[in-house]
Write a protein that binds this ligand. Sequence first.
Ligand SMILES: Cc1cc2nc3c(=O)[nH]c(=O)nc-3n(C[C@H](O)[C@H](O)[C@H](O)COP(=O)(O)OP(=O)(O)OC[C@H]3O[C@@H](n4cnc5c(N)ncnc54)[C@H](O)[C@@H]3O)c2cc1C
Length: 554
Amino acid sequence: MTSSDLTMSHKTPFLTHEVHNVPEPMPAYNAWTSDLALREAVTREGGAWAEASLTRYGALAGCELMELGRLANENRPKLRSFDRYGRRLDEVEFHPAYHEVMRQAMKHGVHSFSWRHEDQVGAHVARAGLVYLGAQPEAGTSCPLTMTHAAIPSLRQAPELAAAWIPRILSTEYDPRMLPMAQKTAVTIGMGMTEKQGGSDVRSNTTRAHRQADGSYELVGHKFFFSAPMCDAHLVLAQAEGGLSCFLMPRLLPDGTRNAVHIQRLKDKLGDWSNASSEVEFLGATAYLVGPEGRGVATILEMVALTRLDCILGSAALMRQATVQALHHTAQRSAFGRKLVDQPLMRNVLADLALESEAAVALAMRVARAVDASPRDPQEAALARLITAVGKYWVCKRTPTLINEAQECLGGIGYVEENILPRLYRQAPLNSIWEGSGNVQCLDVLRTLHKEPQARDALFAELASATGQHAAFDQHLGRLQQAFADPSTLEVRSRRVVEHMALALQAAILIKAGNPAVSDAFCASRLGGDHGLVLGTLGAQVPLTALITRATPC
Ligand SMILES: Cc1cc2nc3c(=O)[nH]c(=O)nc-3n(C[C@H](O)[C@H](O)[C@H](O)COP(=O)(O)OP(=O)(O)OC[C@H]3O[C@@H](n4cnc5c(N)ncnc54)[C@H](O)[C@@H]3O)c2cc1C
């Protein structure tokens, strides 16, 4: 190497080439104010009064939480089974970034906003906006946050427990200290249903609960999936004398000793790396009955109804983040003499990502409104039971496909760990699996339709209010009504029927939202057949620029 070479190497980092045509890193952005589809959906469904909270959290989600999310996932939680002297610890150690993401989420009310503002119409919608914002930079923490939020309706079935635990759930602090509940400023709650022999069929649970003289129960058995084991308590199912029952199992007993819950190991998961999911054994662990004995499934289903809503929100959030990344990259990268975002075929892909992502958030927020209105409005309550399962099935199923397509927009680096897309891709299948996998959601839809005819009436009333504006929608609705004509084959056809319900609902919401660029493209492609089996196959008449501009963070 000559001295002139060395001089050159000070000026440019490489001797052989200059780095050009590579995008700048994503600048900090406000994930709320820059997301038109989200803001319109939250406004439409009644949560716009929380604008100030959403703006504050949106600023974090598009900035600090991005880097914290990276760190929390690169530094995965570690199980500490024993201390150096061989005493049991059964603790999970997290990177400080994990704790900071949790602290910020709880400060902004991701786990509690809807309950703290329960008297205000739209509180669940506003909180849904917070969930959607937080899951974009870091999805693993959504697990303990959503379970903590969802535990409240079940806990309310045990008034004494509720009086002690709920005020600490509603706290906007984050208190990860290993202390008994009474000494803490804030608590988190998990859920334990799945055992080795069955997760969908929880009635096959074998964990036993023995009533003690003081009214508490002693649990002996195991859970095969037990996420967020550092939560202060878990709602768990176990067989008591009166049948399968729901219990609150604290991590520490009131005297400060550890409950008899051994963490056997942490799951080595495809994704969801910041979150710890464990296998546990209960060796006579102390727990307290929630709801009546024998009513465990009904009791814990109140929790599951809310965690399923968060699966829809979480998946919609992953789609949004992937779409944002694809838009950012293609706006700065050129090939064959033109920016990627200006290439006609890439425009079709980007517009289709935007459309799918907007339909997902629109449906998620509509489900949130139904959940919000449930205590006041029996029709919305029936609708919530139906469309939570419909939305979870469909939105979660669409997510891996969309994220893979967004990855491809970035070319090779979309497959490389230094950007967020591989992490989004690994996370993508999870919401479809837990809280009831795809088939279980479809069977749940059939069960609700069978048991609650008013749910079906509520859905068709909702769909009917969007007719007369798009021929493809009207025809699709006719076909959907026919789909129920032969009940004897309904179960085997149920995936297709639920898909058609979801598409009809998304179309109806978008039609009523009043932006024809979006609703016409959706109806023509998803209902009218003017679309292929992959994304990026919109018809030539679709206003691609309008869809891309609308989705680009502004
Ligand atoms: C990362 C991770 C974390 C988790 N954390 C928790 C947790 O904290 N707490 C907890 O309780 N669980 C947790 N789970 C477990 C999860 O909820 C279950 O894995 C899920 O409910 C499926 O249960 P299973 O694994 O036993 O599968 P199975 O019940 O054996 O089901 C296997 C497949 O069969 C399908 N199936 C079931 N019944 C039918 C039917 N009648 N007709 C057609 N198809 C059917 C299901 O849809 C599924 O696709 C977690 C799972 C994962 C992956």
